[in-house]
Design a protein around this ligand. Sequence first.
Ligand SMILES: Nc1nc2c(ncn2[C@@H]2O[C@H](COP(=O)(O)OP(=O)(O)O)[C@@H](O)[C@H]2O)c(=O)[nH]1
Ligand SMILES: [Mg+2]
Length: 201
Amino acid sequence: MNYNEVSFKAAYGTINQLPKSVRPEISFAGRSNVGKSSLLNKLFNRKGLAKVSSTPGKTATINFFTASSADFVDLPGYGYAKVSKTERQRWSGLIEGYFHQDRRFALVVSLIDIRHAASELDVQMIDFLMEEGLPFVVVLTKADKLSKSQVNRQVAAIRKQLGFEPEDPIIAVSSEKGTGIDVLKRTIEYAIQEEKKEFRG
Ligand SMILES: Nc1nc2c(ncn2[C@@H]2O[C@H](COP(=O)(O)OP(=O)(O)O)[C@@H](O)[C@H]2O)c(=O)[nH]1
Ligand SMILES: [Mg+2]
């Protein structure tokens, strides 16, 4: 995977607009404001690739980015309280609709803010990924906001909360400081290779 090559493909507001999945997909899921866009920008070292916003709750779309060996998919952020019920249902419809399609899911990066416990929606998301047997990694964002010992404590606490086995992957990252980015890149690389093997059969 060459992280110097990436381009924005399109934003999709409904499920039936989504392009057929012909390449491995790395999808990013998490609540609004968790740091999804910042993480995408950090991975590709391109500040304006995905829009970073300090005000959560923007119009929900599924955004596709084409990279050298996979498509990167920025899913709409869930769980923003201040939007209408209809808008929230539209968001969950998009996320569920995406995962129910026949797509080349290589890795779902499930983001949680390291300063907090997993929310009910985070837990629902991760339970769903486990039940469906989708390959995933939990990424704890904004690690620069905590001390190293607090980071370790939160990693352990969230592991426990999610009922993780020792082999279940969890990575603490900081898009600000670059912490954990190399580990995440290796995880993505491995997932792409595995998906390709499986796809070829
Ligand atoms: N300190 C710190 N702030 C971050 C980090 N990642 C994102 N943020 C901030 O969190 C807010 C939401 O980020 P954004 O990437 O737009 O989140 P998204 O809604 O999940 O796409 C912005 O104000 C970012 O600057 C990080 O690693 N460290
Ligand atoms: Mg975003």
